[in-house]
Design a protein around this ligand. Sequence first.
Ligand SMILES: C[S@@+](CC[C@H](N)C(=O)[O-])C[C@H]1O[C@@H](n2cnc3c(N)ncnc32)[C@H](O)[C@@H]1O
Length: 391
Amino acid sequence: MHRILAHAATDIIKSVFHEHKVLDRCLAQAFEANPKWGKRDRSFIAETCFEVVRWRRALSFLADSEDVEALCAAQWGRMGYELPDWWTYHGASADEMTSREAELPQQARAIRESIPDWLDVLGLEELGASWDSELAALNQRTRVYLRVNTLKTSRLAAQEWLASQNIVIEEVSHLPDALALMPGKTLAKKFRMDGRVEIQDGGSQMIAPLLAPQAGECIIDTCAGAGGKSLHLASLMQNQGRIIAMDVVPRKLRELEKRAQRAHPKHCIETHRIDAQTIVRYKEVADRLLIDAPCSGLGTLKRQPDLKWRLQPETINKVRAIQAEILSDYSSMLKPGGRLVYATCSVLPSENHANTARLLEQGGFRLVEEHTISPATCGYDGFYAAVLTKI
Ligand SMILES: C[S@@+](CC[C@H](N)C(=O)[O-])C[C@H]1O[C@@H](n2cnc3c(N)ncnc32)[C@H](O)[C@@H]1O
């Protein structure tokens, strides 16, 4: 273990815990600032940071301390490292930590599964008996999934291309365009920027097909962000038709435009920054409408364990109110007879079924089907999608 790398990891973890920074971004910045760090160095730092952030409370129990240095010591013990003499911290000795592992399963769920107490109460309240298994699944490390851009290549050709670059991948059986990297592997930037594949979780790849988009139609993606699902829709429509990708954040739409350009030089996606005129201007314009609403993101804790320490109960309340408003207002952009998909990457029914039920109560929609993509059942991020038709 290298002293510099060990300290780099603790600095990142401190900025996540104490300054509420986003872990992924901190790691990317640190790697960019230190181009001499090799693959192994980076993976040591990334694994330390991700696992300490993921298992904060469990490690704190083992180390009998909340000091980041002590949490790292406990995590390195779990990773099989012997603690170097130069590593100093306030907390249990390495031997004590090992013996405390045996007591961990008897601790309260919020401690052994490492989540804030309020989140444990909320999860149990909303998910009942299934909270245990969903939470355990949300704490598992996940693989990187790719979606093959079928506007540029086929799954087989993409597989052959990646294999020729010594990247081992597997097909994902029930997702026609998906490939999975081996556990723990990431995709280098040059492959991400190529446009033949996009990083997209398996759960997320299940959403766009629910719209059943047809070539030539007009699709509105009201909360398009950087365009994960707009790009997928363009592929499914063989780039024929019109996709209007909207968001309130211009930076995300600029990123979407770059990605769309990489996916196809003559893509069918146009972007629109939402303003006060949007709902009137696009009233009954869409044949199909995707509302991939802003949400708590609790379905994605595998990939972003730092989120659980940033989230507050008030944030979730605010997000629920925004979802209800968006669903009620934006659904007017759909033509009568059109298909609406309301989706979130949350596992909480209050962000999911409850909003669908409210829309149905308001009238004007019929429920076709509801899907709950459960991390415990399928191993992907947690998603929810309701498919409705406008009467
Ligand atoms: C779940 S993310 C979208 C992810 C994206 N659809 C994808 O597949 O990559 C939700 C998006 O909603 C946007 N958003 C937040 N408030 C909004 C609002 N009032 N109207 C439209 N979009 C909003 C956020 O900026 C964010 O990009």
